[in-house]
Design a protein around this ligand. Structure first.
Ligand code: SF4
Length: 213
């Protein structure tokens, strides 16, 4: 049986998102397992790939989860001085590239770095068949991890930046070349004042109960 979300046309559901808004699955500040240093992380909602053993299958559906404006997200990221950058994960960030590019440009103007994970390969994102806004988002990135997660090529080494061997690390900002120190098999637990929690990292399952921004 075809999963329900596979029958959804992402272009139709993406049209439900007002300009300047993102359909978000999760958000966290001060993560140290999603890129170099201490970073905010935005997990967007929606991915078509259905990779077996995906770390975050709850992100596959394109149905609206929580709509947050670019302005709200930028304010939240910048309000925490420990965030030295933001990482876009998913879901597939490039299905919502225009709004993420706007977030990226605004936080970069304040000196933060921007990184994204994508199931697309860089060549696909540079092609005429890329999702709308891909080139603008690419231009704003300091780091891109590209390629889908392939279970047969999984890597569990604490020295690996990627979760499967087919994935590539593109460092567009030379200043970050010596900061490639996170490991794909790390996990992190965030516990919030209201008792909710968020587990992130390759071995974690994202819990999206902390979306009050
Ligand atoms: S591309 Fe990423 S989010 Fe999408 S199914 Fe594969 S592992 Fe999951």
């Amino acid at each position: 049986m075809i999963p329900t979300h596979s029958r959804i046309n992402p272009y139709l559901t993406l049209m439900e998102i007002p300009p300047g808004y993102l359909n978000v699955m999760g958000y966290v500040d001060e993560s140290e397992v999603n890129g170099p240093g201490c970073r905010a992380v935005i997990w967007v909602q929606g991915c078509l790939r259905e990779c077996p053993s995906c770390f975050n299958p709850d992100s596959w559906s394109f149905e609206v989860n929580q709509l947050l404006s670019v302005e709200t997200l930028v304010r939240r990221i910048l309000s925490n001085p420990r965030n030295e950058g933001v990482t876009f994960s998913g879901g597939e960030p490039f299905w919502q590239a225009p709004a993420l590019a706007a977030v990226a440009e605004q936080v970069k103007a304040e000196g933060l770095t921007v990184m994204a994970f994508s199931g697309f390969r860089l060549e696909e994102l540079q092609s005429d068949y890329a999702p709308a806004g891909s080139k603008e988002l690419l231009q704003a990135l300091d780091i891109l991890i590209d390629g889908p997660y392939l279970e047969a090529q999984a890597v569990t080494s604490p020295d690996s930046l990627v979760a499967s061997r087919n994935q590539r690390v593109h460092v567009f900002n030379p200043a970050l070349r010596d900061r490639m120190t996170w490991a794909s098999d790390q996990m992190e637990v965030h516990i919030f004042q209201d008792g909710s929690r968020l587990v992130t990292g390759y071995r974690g399952n994202l819990v999206s109960d902390n979306l009050d921004v």
